[in-house]
Design a protein around this ligand. Structure first.
Ligand SMILES: Cc1ncc(COP(=O)(O)O)c(C=O)c1O
Length: 465
């Protein structure tokens, strides 16, 4: 059972394909016959719950075995493949742990899937506001002081939901936070979308699973070689009702889960479980060399806590401008903010080639600009905030467009999210503060893009009456 060199689902898929079968089943491309050429070859793996290929919603063969290997690698009580990203994992995690009306602490700079989960579960969220790291100019996590303050005001809180590590690869003292929560009987739910690779160990940060979180969701597709949407959900402690989490996974995930995604999840677990010290040395050497040469070319490189992420700046250019220049040269980064672009480095294994040299040659051609913006930190106006109304009340309320000048003090009527990173700036039911309007204006002036219904072009946002 513990043979991490095996890939049960990948093997079952390969054995099925070798059989030279005729498809009278879904999907409609019929083993790729209707697609032809290379697409057809690729689609051969896109099968369905056929004999020997198991069923994600009632696993008893290859998927069960593959999930057991996943659980063994991450040292969990139970682990699951997800085919709709950490998005579905976050929804199932919240619905599986929280009951309607529960008070739940949530790190404010969380992904919108967490906020959507809170709404679906109809809980009472209390937002704990994050700290800032001046070096990387990014938001990090909550402080223990904020948590302790919140525990005094809301002693009957059920759970705490945090993002760890952040999109930029920053971590914070999660160990102490989990210890405090557990000593108060509060369950800890972690969105570890950016941390599926942390099981490698040092010099990567410690995973929330190791620090003792109760339930953890990871986007395997973000940092491991898994297909987009491929993610994992891990239950670590007995405090979590696995049957309830499974019930929601069954309700929220497709009844026709993608075999290529699931196969890639099996492969990604195998990849990380077989990551050797030599692989790590090779990755770290390439990373250091890349960083040194970027610095020689005039770039500023900010190293966060996670060695897989680096933030890159070029004097005189905003992050958005640098991103545009890079894209003209065919270099696509994970995201840009007003100061920098974020590179997610490849988790290379020994002797894997990667076009660092070509990248450096192209990046050397980009010239510094003339703009010089110092990082601005929008001060927190409070450490802890709650919604002004319940989710049900918010749904019934009338909404109105108002100009940004008149919005301070009013209640946000729409979720407005700079994307990436997908962390809402305004959330329905929350007080609109002068600080958040300043931040919005500043992001707009620096070229940020926004998701959510808005009339920002006309300088308006929606409020609740
Ligand atoms: C912190 C965080 N959580 C959750 C998600 C959603 O993950 P997925 O894309 O796997 O659905 C993201 C996506 O960017 C994220 O950054």
């Amino acid at each position: 059972m513990n043979n991490q060199s095996r890939m049960p689902l990948v093997e079952a898929l390969q054995s099925h394909i070798r059989k030279d079968t005729v498809s009278f089943h879904v999907p409609g491309h019929k083993n790729g016959e209707l697609a032809g050429g290379q697409a057809g070859e690729f689609l051969q793996y896109d099968v369905t719950e056929l004999t020997g290929l198991d069923d994600l919603h009632a696993p008893s063969e290859a998927i069960k075995e593959a999930q057991a290997l996943l659980s063994d690698h991450y040292q969990t009580r139970k682990s699951y493949f997800l085919v709709n990203g950490s998005t579905v994992g976050n929804l199932a995690m919240i619905l599986g742990v929280c009951e309607e009306g529960d008070t739940v602490f949530v790190q404010r700079n969380c992904h919108k899937s967490i906020l959507n989960g809170l709404k679906l579960a109809n809980v009472n969220p209390v937002f704990l506001h994050q700290e800032f790291d001046e070096h990387s100019a990014t938001s990090t996590g909550i402080s223990q002081g904020t948590l302790e303050e919140a525990l005094k005001t809301y002693p009957d809180v059920k759970a705490l939901i945090l993002t760890y590590p952040t999109y930029y690869g920053m971590v914070y003292d999660l160990k102490s936070i989990i210890e405090v929560c557990h000593s108060h009987g509060v369950r800890v739910l972690i969105d570890e979308a950016h941390g599926a690779h942390l099981s490698i160990g040092k010099p990567f940060p410690v995973s929330a699973l190791k620090w003792g979180a109760d339930i953890v969701v990871q986007s395997a597709h973000k940092t491991l070689p898994a297909m987009t949407m491929g993610s994992y959900l891990h239950i670590r402690t007995d405090e979590i009702n696995s049957k309830k989490v499974e019930l929601y996974l069954g309700m929220l995930q497709s009844s026709s889960p993608s075999y290529p995604i699931m196969g890639s999840l099996d492969y990604a677990r195998h990849y990380i479980a077989s990551y050797s010290n030599d692989d790590l040395d090779y990755f770290l050497w390439n990373r250091k060399d890349f960083i040194n040469r970027l610095k020689e070319a005039g770039y500023h490189v900010i190293e966060g806590d996670d060695p897989l992420k680096i933030m890159v700046r070029l004097p005189g250019l905003t992050g958005f401008q640098l991103q545009e220049e890079l894209e003209h040269k065919g270099i696509f980064t994970e995201l840009a903010d007003p100061y920098q672009v974020l590179f997610v480095l490849p988790l290379l294994k020994q002797d894997d080639p990667f076009p660092f040299q070509k990248t450096l040659e192209k990046m050397t051609e980009i010239r510094p600009g003339s703009k010089s913006d110092k990082p601005i930190f929008f001060k927190k106006y409070k450490n802890i905030t709650a919604l002004r109304f319940s989710f049900k009340e918010i749904e019934k309320k009338t909404k109105e467009w108002v100009s940004l000048e008149e919005a301070a003090g009013k209640t946000a009527g729409e979720m407005l999210t700079p994307y990436p990173p997908g962390i809402p700036l305004f959330y329905p039911g929350e007080e609109i503060t002068e600080e958040s309007i300043q931040e919005l204006k500043w992001l707009m002036a620096h070229g940020a893009r926004f998701q959510g219904e808005h009339l920002l072009g006309e300088g308006k946002i929606r409020i609740l009456l």
